[in-house]
Design a protein around this ligand. Structure first.
Ligand SMILES: Nc1ncnc2c1ncn2[C@@H]1O[C@H](COP(=O)(O)OP(=O)(O)O)[C@@H](O)[C@H]1O
Ligand SMILES: [Mg+2]
Length: 246
């Protein structure tokens, strides 16, 4: 079982959009996939529930060892793709993780899933916390969307420093440009010089595209909305690269 995470210190950069589209593409490749929506805002859960209202479960039961993780899992509308919906109690996860001394709680929680799941996709909240520390420690690859702006590059550097500080392997962090708008000079410049601007960045980049925005309306991955769109092609390229790296 491989674990990947979409993570950034910034919100609104395309983590959830990437997590949902990549999880869908993985499942379409016949890989039993589980997307865990770790962000209490629950955007990924909303996409995968077919916009029905779904109720997540309180994490306390999982933490106390009373409820096995399997009980948290819901089937999505797609074969081979399940998800764990977000719940408000995820807000308190950090406090609980702080009290818990065990070496890697997240890894222990996920362990029982290895028989029926081949890929776990973690959709993370934008925070620097105990939870993110565990995500960075546990994941085989952490994929970081970076909008091509100076501020976003700065926040990517902060994330690298955080990882070094916590003695996490920086090689597991993989940035990629996201919500790229080629009409903007700065975006174009950063993409052209991406080897310098975003060292160790992936080749795939996700364009600013209305089809991605419309996921909110349709609740579907872009592959299903318009598979010939540039965005669908970009997510396929991203998935290809991710697959090679993990
Ligand atoms: N490639 C894209 N092109 C256009 N809009 C996008 C793109 N990726 C994300 N968005 C939009 O930006 C907002 C934030 O995206 P989201 O994936 O939820 O970011 P995050 O999870 O990093 O907060 C959403 O409204 C989403 O529809
Ligand atoms: Mg999100």
């Amino acid at each position: 079982m491989k674990i990947i995470a979409f993570y950034s210190l910034k919100g609104g950069v395309g983590k959830t959009a990437a997590a949902v589209n990549i999880a869908y593409l993985a499942s379409q490749a016949g890989i039993p996939t589980l997307l865990w929506d770790l962000d209490p805002q629950g955007a990924a859960s909303w996409y995968l529930s077919g916009t029905d209202e779904i109720k997540g479960r309180k994490l306390a039961a999982l933490m106390d060892g009373k409820t096995p993780i399997g009980k948290f899992i819901r089937a999505s509308a797609y074969p081979d793709l399940d998800f764990i919906p977000a719940h408000n109690s995820f807000r308190n996860l950090d406090v609980r993780l702080d009290k818990d001394d065990s070496a890697n709680t997240l890894k222990n929680w996920l362990a029982p899933l290895s028989e029926e799941t081949s890929l776990v996709v973690l959709d993370c909240p934008p925070s620097m916390s105990r939870l993110s520390e565990q995500v960075l420690k546990t994941a085989d690859g952490v994929f970081v969307p970076v909008v091509p702006t100076w501020l976003a590059l700065n926040s990517w550097q902060q994330l690298q420093a955080f990882a070094r500080d916590k003695k996490l392997k920086p090689g597991r962090l993989h940035p990629f440009f996201s919500i790229v708008d080629r009409r903007k000079n700065l975006h174009r410049e950063m993409v052209i010089h991406r080897k310098q601007r975003l060292e160790s960045g992936l080749n795939a980049l996700i364009p600013n595209a209305s089809v991605v925005e419309k996921m909110g309306e349709s609740g579907q991955p872009v592959e299903l909305m318009d598979r010939s769109s540039a965005a669908a092609d970009a997510y396929r390229r991203l998935w290809k690269e991710i697959r090679k790296l993990i």
